[in-house]
Design a protein around this ligand. Structure first.
Ligand code: ADP
Ligand code: MG
Length: 491
């Protein structure tokens, strides 16, 4: 990265530039049908308290039983984060009182997490990449949900989420701007979705982040951080960081100092507000949960999971670049699992990689963006877009007709090849037909012909006229060649 780009990340204060330092604690809900220590279901949107076992409700005498699949999911995620898998880990009780926490403690992992240090490669908006270190990943239970807006006098508690498995993924304080933090969350989300270990759905709360922010003079010692709790959209993460960094700079420059505290993000007013200071911080009295044995497994268990890992975004990008795609195009294609899957389906249907990538990025994704539709819900199947790309590649239609065919399939559905046949959209390659059109246009515009001889770029106007005369179906290469010959343009 150039110095100039690095500098532009600094925020300017009255005493000079300041550097933002960010570390994220991401809570990712494990994709699993059952909870971490009970067999109750985890379906989103179920009726309140319809998915609660005696274990989740902490009835006396109930004992937790570890869900092997959730452990596999955590190991799989650790491997996807290129992290150290710990063959020995311990579940601890984190004690606190809250109405939606019937046990009076959360089972989590403290000193000995299941996954240790790893690394995530992030893709920055300027085309560069950066590395963000992973500190650890541990397994823990989610709490229930208190509901305060249903009754004037009462609060309700929904325990459906109580006991659902979460992976807490803690980054090192390696990010230096809201852009980098956003790129990190996007990449982490993509990796989780490729692995099928978390659905990454932020609206449903399957992925949420605690955002730690501090500021310092560039290259100086780390400043005191504030932790913004439970931010649940990528846009809010960026807004919270920018607001919080500016707030801290203003306080320090006014002669004050930053108190380490927990804050919340108010998305309506786009600001962070204090929740509790360090003095009010909980003493969780962590201790190993006596109901659970330490979690121990063999290297062979890890190796088996490693052998089953799917291709991840970075590796997929490498493969696509090897197929001849520009790095930028490949990055866009692998950035979201649905887009990557769609692209792969186009290749499987016979489209050539470079043409398919151009078509998908420039035409189809553009239309989807404009219409505000996700690719998974888009109206054109991958096989149809592949068919259009193939029709261009074998010369059946030209690029302009291809766009028209896409519009037709988008609006009406149908098979591109049949649409081309039925509506007579085949490209005119027959030179005599094109010649006739070229000659007619030249004969009708003697003044333009004279102008084009002096200014060869004028040929574009003639190409347009001939295309119009042929209903947009002429082969543009043939039109260009003929026009050049007739107008006496040599280069
Ligand atoms: P806890 O929040 O439980 O005290 P840690 O000390 O492990 O936990 O830090 C939590 C998060 O805060 C990590 O993601 C870490 O990268 C980040 N962090 C630590 N120090 C700073 C700092 N000075 N500025 C910004 N983020 C920091
Ligand atoms: Mg924390």
């Amino acid at each position: 990265m150039s110095n100039a780009a690095a500098k532009s990340k600094y925020i300017q204060g009255s005493t000079g530039p300041w550097e933002i330092v960010i570390g994220l604690e991401v809570h990712a809900q494990v994709l699993s049908k059952a909870k971490l220590f009970s067999a109750a279901a985890t379906q989103f949107g179920a009726d309140p308290n319809s998915q609660v076992s005696f274990v989740d409700a902490a009835m006396p005498g109930m004992l937790p039983v570890i869900n092997r699949f959730c452990v596999e999911q955590a190991v799989k995620t650790g491997l996807g984060l290129k992290a150290k898998i710990n063959l020995f880990s311990i579940f601890d009780r984190k004690n606190y009182f809250y109405p939606d926490l019937p046990q009076g403690y959360q089972i989590s992992q403290f000193k000995h997490p299941i996954v240790g240090e790893g690394v995530v490669l992030i893709d920055l908006p300027d085309g560069g990449t950066a590395k963000v270190g992973i500190e650890r990943l541990h397994l823990e239970q989610d709490a229930g949900k208190s509901i305060h807006d249903q009754h004037p006098d009462f609060s309700f508690v929904d325990l459906n989420r109580s006991g659902v498995a979460l992976m807490e993924i803690v980054s090192k304080p390696d990010m230096r701007s809201s852009d980098e933090a956003i790129a990190y969350v996007k990449k982490l989300r993509a990796i989780l979705r490729y692995l099928s270990t978390c659905d990454g759905n932020m609206e449903e709360g399957s992925l949420r982040a605690d955002v730690n922010v501090s500021v310092r003079k560039p290259g100086g010692p780390l400043g005191t951080r504030c932790e913004i709790k439970n931010v649940n959209s990528i846009r809010f993460i960026g807004q919270a960081i920018d607001y919080e960094a500016r707030r801290q700079v203003d306080i320090i420059e006014a002669g004050g100092s930053i108190d380490q505290e927990t804050r919340l993000f108010d998305s309506k007013n786009v600001e962070t507000r204090s929740m509790r200071s360090k003095e009010e911080a909980h003493d969780y009295r962590y201790f190993p949960d006596p109901d659970l044995l330490p979690l121990e497994f063999e290297q062979a268990f890890v190796d088996k999971i490693a052998a089953s890992l799917p291709e991840l975004p970075d590796e997929k990008r490498e493969r696509l670049v090897a197929l001849g795609l520009p790095v930028y195009d490949a990055t866009v294609l692998v950035g979201e699992k649905e887009i990557a899957d769609y692209f792969e389906a186009m290749l499987a249907a016979g489209a050539e990689p470079k043409a398919a990538a151009n078509w998908l990025n420039n035409e189809y994704l553009g239309r989807l963006n404009k219409a505000g539709i996700d690719i998974a819900a888009g109206p054109v199947p991958a096989a149809s877009n592949a068919a259009i790309v193939c029709l261009v590649a074998d010369g059946t239609i030209n690029g302009k007709t291809a766009k028209d065919v896409l519009d037709i399939v988008w609006a009406e559905g149908g098979d591109p090849k049949r649409i081309v046949d039925a509506r007579g959209l085949k490209q005119v390659t027959d030179t005599s037909a094109i010649e006739t059109a070229v000659d007619a246009v030249i004969a009708a515009n003697p003044d333009k012909v004279a102008a084009a001889k002096a200014k060869p770029q004028m040929i574009g106007w003639f190409v347009g006229q001939v295309m119009k005369a042929t209903g947009g179906k002429a082969n543009p290469t043939a039109v260009n060649a003929l026009l050049k010959a007739r107008l006496g343009i040599t280069e």
